[in-house]
Design a protein around this ligand. Structure first.
Ligand SMILES: Cc1ncc(COP(=O)(O)O)c(C=O)c1O
Length: 393
């Protein structure tokens, strides 16, 4: 009975997703989804790690966690003693890293300045860092973008004060899919001895594989000396089930700043590094299984498919007079603008044609997050853009 109800609800979703283009967020195809679902189901009741190490408890999720951590540290060029924490997504990673940066800054610069700590982020940064600011009580300073719609280095440098605890970069940004110049920000961070966090929630698990495929991907990882931490989401282009990401930190000295430990209550001291106390094991197991299933070869193949699709969409949009892609997108997000009419009208028209798109402003445009399963629809988009523009003229 319950099984039928679940199947019916899932079938309803399937019907919607089958008709919406780009509606399947980070869906890698039925084979990978099956691998994830099987592992998810097998560990549906599992927690992530014992809150009381030393007590007898199953070790499977801990083993999978260690595997994913070491693979991720290697993928992002972390030093041998780098550390990583699995989180539930990009938002949790941003909150945890901001907390650690604030604690570290506080302990290193005590008494250096009055007023709340500050974090400097380009205007295109994901609002997860604003959520962190609200929760942790720091001041978020959003600086204007440069003409290329990425972080304006001069504006970020000018915003640095003695209260600055962290610089924030996106790789790439969610609105435009364009990477900030992490190499230049790394230099800035080194110059001012500041924590630089790279939010690679979107591009983290894509970039290394694009690079292996021979694509020119700018530097963004721990090879840059000023990069202190990286957030990368396994539930995006790691193609795991929703609810798992990785926060990686260069220096092991930061471990105490990432942890939460509490001893003054009637049980042994409790230590957790995630926002949740009991963190779900199932998404981690699913991500581990997908990692094993795809391997480097599989991820490279999916990255190549995505790139082919991105190039097709970029070309299709550019082929319609009056439309232009914003910047040179490298990942799954392609945003574009039009001089043929109001962008928000275009977004409404595209949604009415079953495209899952978002409006951007500053500049006004359309944001698409390409889905692997809709890779061959570029000519269809060009047709819809042309039809919309013709109706206006
Ligand atoms: C750049 C970036 N950072 C953070 C996030 C937030 O991630 P999550 O929804 O997993 O919390 C997103 C989500 O799209 C993102 O694109």
């Amino acid at each position: 009975m319950v099984g039928q109800a679940v199947a019916a609800l899932a079938a309803e979703d399937e019907a919607v997703l089958a008709s919406v283009r780009f509606g399947r967020r980070f869906y890698p195809g039925a084979d990978v989804a099956r691998v994830a679902a099987q592992a998810y189901g097998a560990f549906a009741q599992a927690g992530r790690a014992s809150l009381y190490p030393g007590l007898p408890s199953p070790q499977s999720v801990a083993t999978m966690t260690r595997d994913l951590i070491s693979a991720s540290l290697a993928l992002f060029g972390a030093p041998a003693d780098g550390i990583a924490i699995p989180t539930s997504g990009g938002t949790e990673s941003a909150i945890l890293v901001a907390r650690a940066a604030l604690r570290r800054t506080r302990s290193r610069r005590s008494g250096a300045s009055d007023g709340p700590a500050e974090v400097i982020a380009p205007w295109s940064a994901h609002p997860c860092i604003d959520k962190a600011a609200e929760l942790l009580g720091f001041k978020l300073i959003r600086t204007p973008l440069g003409a290329d719609l990425t972080a304006d280095l001069a504006a970020m440098a000018a915003a640095i004060t003695p209260r600055t605890a962290m610089l924030y970069a996106s790789f790439p940004s969610y609105p435009f899919g364009l990477p900030d110049d992490v190499a230049a920000l790394s230099d800035l961070a080194v110059e001012h001895d500041l924590w630089l966090h790279v939010d690679a929630s979107m591009g983290g698990y894509l970039a290394p594989f694009l690079r292996l495929n021979g694509e020119a991907v700018p530097d963004f990882d721990f090879a840059l000396p000023g990069v202190s931490s990286i957030a990368a989401d396994l539930h995006k282009h790691g193609y795991g089930a929703k609810g798992v990401a990785m926060l990686l930190v260069r220096s092991p000295a930061c471990a105490p700043d990432l942890d939460f430990t509490f001893a003054d209550f009637p049980l042994p001291p409790m230590k957790t590094s995630t926002l949740a106390g009991t963190a779900a094991g199932a998404p981690l197991a699913a991500a581990w299984a997908v990692f094993q299933y795809l391997g480097v070869k599989g991820y490279c193949a999916l990255a190549a498919r995505l790139s082919a699709s991105r190039r097709a969409f970029v070309e299709a949009i550019g082929s319609v007079p009056g439309f232009c892609v914003l910047g040179e997108p490298l990942f799954s997000i392609v945003s574009f603008a039009t001089e043929r009419g109001e962008a928000h009208d275009l977004v409404d028209a595209l949604i009415a044609r079953d495209w899952f798109v978002l409006p951007t402003h500053g500049p006004a445009g359309v944001q698409m997050n390409l889905s692997l399963t809709d890779g061959d629809l570029a000519p269809r988009l060009a047709e819809d853009l042309r039809a919309w523009a013709e109706r206006l003229s």
